[in-house]
Design a protein around this ligand. Sequence first.
Ligand code: 3HC
Length: 296
Amino acid sequence: MEIKKVGVLGCGLMGSGIAQTAASAGFETIVREVSDDLINKGFAGIEKSLAKFAEKGAITAEQQKATRDRLSGTTSFDDMADCDIIIEAIIENIEQKRSTYEQLDRICKPETIFASNTSSISITEMMTATSPQRQQRFVGLHFFNPVPLMKLVEVVRTILTDEQIYEQAIEFGKKLGKVPVRAGDRTGFIVNRLLVPYMLDAIRTLEEGVGSIVDIDTSMKLGLGYPMGPFTLGDFVGLDTTYYIAEIMFNEFREKRFAPPPLLKRMVMAGLYGRKSGRGFYDYADPKNPTPMKLV
Ligand code: 3HC
């Protein structure tokens, strides 16, 4: 079966980025959200991103229009029935994900491949919400924020994923213009397995007074050539998300390097989630000139 029609569940930051990427790569793409408001919000982000690419000359006005024309939104699962692949990017809640997959398993054609963009939940645990036939057609497709710019996709297999389906998912990743890497279904896959302990260690380094927020960020940017220091990245990804992923990884591996430091927990409790809430390790009152917060 050739993949022609792509379904995306969720039109938040990741879902809208995935939908934009699929439509830009030439796939007919339908996005499902719980309300028209959320669809409109996600599509406005896509418009903005396409406009940036057009401004830079990375895409033509025709390509911009063609991408838009290949995209549609819906609030109904029934409209996903004939999709060849469904990529789920809803809230990181196992119960909600399982219930979504359970419903879609009944609605979608038997050939539809199910994929999840989860960053930390076990693909196997989600897969078991579907029928035995579907379980062989279940993979992880983990993208990175901002999806239209980041070249990597982790393609995750479970012990039940069919070999051909897995290879097809790898090829699909390439057709999206991404570089696919193969990863097993272990919490955090490859990137978060290495990234999360690094980010948590940066917070411990700050708590211990080894360096300031700005100096730690500057060190990792200029000393190692990272595009963002760990605190800028944490604020960009979302500190609530980082905390949530760390908790799941700590529960899975029971290793202290995955344990969220108290400062991170306090910041999340206080609503300091990073860019999206206006404050995290930095204060974004002036978004072009973030100032470090006094936290320790
Ligand atoms: N769509 C289109 N263009 C975009 C864009 C978008 N969504 N976002 C940024 N751009 C463009 C900007 O317009 C700019 O264009 P220009 O060079 O012509 O001016 C260009 O990209 C660079 O943007 P900025 O000048 O704003 O900033 P940077 O040079 O710092 O680049 C970045 C931005 C690509 C985000 C870069 O900082 C970066 O690579 N940061 C690291 C991101 C990262 O690590 N992501 C992974 C997070 S972990 C994750 O997602 C996994 C999850 O499970 C936690």
